[in-house]
Design a binder for this molecule. Structure first.
Ligand code: GLN
Length: 547
């Protein structure tokens, strides 16, 4: 049966709780334990699928088709354990389940209350699959004291009481602000945060403190004394140049040891950190640099493209170069010529996105990359825009466009080279959708197979003809334009196994131009860079040698 580690946060948000959880997961793995990480989010959305990327950053999609919090991306990147539907839950999801049960009469006429009905639902969720792993790490979103978070805190308190002694521990992440005027790290906010936690019945076993510099012994003792933790369980989390040093840094600080001590696991198995030593060496000692433009819409918030940025970093690590990313707002090209903004980049990436805004600019970016023979990777919407560019400028279908934009505008302005996908095959059953369906959870989501064409660039990059990648889209390139576009040199080099849905296109006679309908970035890991990103960065390195 799993041991449980509950990770909570205090003082302020955005302290890197997800990263600390992911790094701890990696360290436990390095000591030979199996782990699973879960995220419990107090907001009322049923899932983050319908939230704007500006609000909440990227939506991370799992193999089994859940639209989840971007922290699950950190978990996967650090542990390599594929996240599942049952690794992410929100208050919205919990409440909607409770209300469904109430409507069905499952509660036999009882009054439905936060305690025990909502808390029981949360506890059931936490315990799913507990026999499968050695450690289950559950991160609670938000900070202690948030109104929405209370049922979650109450549920984890109860959960630890329900289990035998010593099977659950609590780790609390806080901030030690540095006051320049007095030259001191301040412990008071942390003391208050722990006090708040204890007032709801949770006493932290491990305290992780974010700070700009090391924590002096005096402050450490004070924290231990006032927060009732052992001094060696006060862990400093200093700012790092790369997140990929986090497992090593936390290990140096003694986080994994403190956790194993809290569980009384003795003697603790020795860690093997070779994987992370290699990762850190590649991040910190690049032998060159390439510049990649990401031409997108949500460029003000980098978290909106989190996995893409990380996958590019992994591609850089595979080639021992630093990938310098520049965010280019696609809407700029509505007003200005793209060329002056894109010259000087060694590769161009057009990411996924929704809605018409910025799409003409993305089409121009694809055209620039095709004509100038600059490596191009189009992801999801980025592939669709590359196909529209090919249709308009190479196949002379000048009014080519996507039904997505016609739906929004309420009139037909384009020849729909990209159309609204209303049925497809999943495993051995047919999935159907209607116009006007709910927006949440109704896209073509999760892992689907694709068959790659013999002798194509992608087959060479992947080193295989059969792949499985994660999807999140509602629109699709229309197969009926295949011959017309292939005549121009845009090869449909990856298809769904039934041959109906174009999954990958690539330009013949171009050093590297690939568009994919799926999201390869979601499966890339620092210790196992995704082949498309590895080879895209390799192509960028080649371009950099030419200029
Ligand atoms: N908006 C497009 C679609 O729904 C692309 C989605 C995406 O880029 N993830 O098909």
């Amino acid at each position: 049966m799993a041991r449980f580690i509950f990770i909570t946060g205090g003082v302020v948000s955005s302290l890197g709780k997800g990263l600390a959880s992911a790094a701890l997961g990696a360290l436990l793995q390095a000591r030979g334990f199996s782990v699973r990480l879960r995220k419990l989010d107090p907001y009322l959305n049923v899932d983050p699928g319908t939230m704007s990327p500006f609000e909440h950053g990227e939506v991370f999609v799992t193999d089994d088709g859940a639209e989840t919090d971007l922290d699950l991306g950190h978990y996967e990147r650090f542990t390599g354990v594929a996240a599942r539907q049952t690794d992410s839950v929100s208050s919205g999801r919990i409440y909607s389940t409770v209300l469904e049960k109430e409507r069905r009469g499952d509660y036999l006429g009882k009054t439905i209350q936060v305690i025990p009905h909502v808390t029981n639902e949360i506890k059931d969720f936490i315990g799913i699959g507990e026999d499968e792993v050695d450690f289950m790490l559950c991160e609670i979103g938000g900070t202690v004291g948030d109104i929405e978070g209370l049922p979650f805190f109450e549920a984890i308190r109860q959960f630890s009481q329900d289990k035998p002694r010593g099977q659950c521990i609590f780790m609390h992440l806080t901030l030690l602000p540095y006051i320049a005027a007095s030259g001191e790290l301040k412990t008071k906010p942390t003391q208050h945060s722990v006090k708040e936690l204890r007032s709801i019945g949770i006493a932290p076993d491990v305290l992780v403190c974010r700070s700009e510099g090391p924590i002096p012994a005096k402050e450490r003792e004070k924290l231990a004394l006032f927060c009732n933790v052992r001094p060696d369980s006060v862990i400093a989390a200093q700012d790092l140049k790369s997140i990929y040093e986090a497992p090593l840094a936390y290990h140096r600080e003694g986080l994994d040891q403190a956790v194993l001590d809290a569980f009384n696991i003795s003697p603790a198995p020795k860690p093997d950190l070779a994987r992370w030593d290699d990762v850190a060496d590649r991040v910190y000692n690049p032998e060159g640099e390439v510049k990649v433009a990401i031409v997108g819409k949500y460029t003000q918030l980098e978290d909106a493209y989190k996995s893409i940025a990380e996958a590019l970093t992994h591609g850089g690590m595979a080639n021992r170069v630093k990938v310098k990313i520049e965010w280019v707002d696609a809407e700029l090209f509505d007003r200005e010529d793209a060329a002056p903004h894109l010259e000087g980049f060694h590769a161009i990436l057009v990411p996924g996105g929704f809605g018409e805004r910025g799409t003409e600019g993305k089409i121009k970016a694809a055209q620039f990359a095709r004509e100038r023979k600059i490596p191009y990777l189009g992801i999801c919407l980025g592939m669709q825009m590359a196909v529209i560019e090919a249709a308009r400028n190479a196949a002379k279908l000048t009014d080519a466009g996507s039904e997505e934009f016609d739906h929004e505008a309420g009139k037909k302005r384009f020849t729909p080279v990209v159309y609204h996908l209303k049925e497809w095959v999943q495993g051995n059953h047919k999935v159907e959708r209607k116009v006007g369906d709910d927006k949440g959870g109704t896209m073509r989501l999760g892992a689907y197979d694709a068959a790659l064409k013999d002798g194509s660039k992608v087959a060479e990059v992947y080193g295989t003809n059969a792949i499985e990648e994660r999807h999140r889209h509602r629109y699709e390139v229309d197969i009926k334009y295949k011959d017309q576009l292939e005549e121009q040199g845009l090869i449909f080099s990856g298809m769904s196994p039934d041959g109906r849905l174009p999954e990958i296109v690539e330009w013949k006679d171009h050093p590297w131009f690939i568009g994919v309908q799926f999201h390869p970035e979601l499966k890339s890991k620092p210790f196992a860079p995704h082949p498309l990103f590895r080879d895209f960065v390799r192509a960028a390195v080649e371009t950099s040698r030419l200029v």
